[in-house]
Ligand binder design. Structure first.
Ligand code: AMP
Ligand code: ZN
Length: 137
């Protein structure tokens, strides 16, 4: 499989690893937005949240929780962003599911997750909620 993160899992491509278990691998992002920018991935290939097995996704999130605590202790960030992008339109560049941990400090100049608030139409919000609820299994 021609997947850069699968090649990191197999060791074909080097990475700076910080955590590994049977299901999950975590390593430093090679283009860090800040010190301590981590990527947490399932070892089994899955492109997006729609492809990953629920158990693998839960293992990735559990490792993310553990690693967020380690980053806080090690680097003492004032906050952190968790990012998980699905699909090109959402900005996903590597099609192997991953969670980013991006430690944040005031004045770091990053514009991650800063959008302008514009009030929505309540009837439309309710109608969209109904469509989603109808599909929950
Ligand atoms: P995205 O798919 O947009 O969520 O982001 C993919 C991330 O993978 C980017 O932040 C890249 O810097 C990172 N990345 C790409 N190749 C490597 C690599 N070989 N080692 C570590 N990080 C990588
Ligand atoms: Zn892969």
């Amino acid at each position: 499989m021609d997947c850069i993160f699968c090649k990191i899992v197999s060791g074909e491509i080097p990475s700076v690893k910080v955590y590994e278990d049977d299901i999950v691998l975590a390593f430093l992002d090679i283009n860090p937005l800040n010190d301590g920018h981590l990527l947490i991935i399932p070892k089994a290939h899955a492109a997006t949240i729609h492809d990953v097995a629920e158990a693998d996704f839960l293992a990735v999130m559990s490792a993310t929780h553990k690693l967020a605590a380690a980053v806080k202790k090690a680097l003492n960030p004032e906050g952190l962003n968790l990012l998980q992008l699905n699909g090109k339109v959402a900005g996903q560049m590597v099609p192997h599911l991953h969670v980013h941990i991006v430690p944040r400090w005031s004045g770091d100049g990053l514009t991650v997750a800063s959008w302008e608030l514009v009030a929505g139409d309540l009837e439309k919000i309710k109608s969209v909620a109904g469509k989603i609820q109808a599909e929950i299994v």
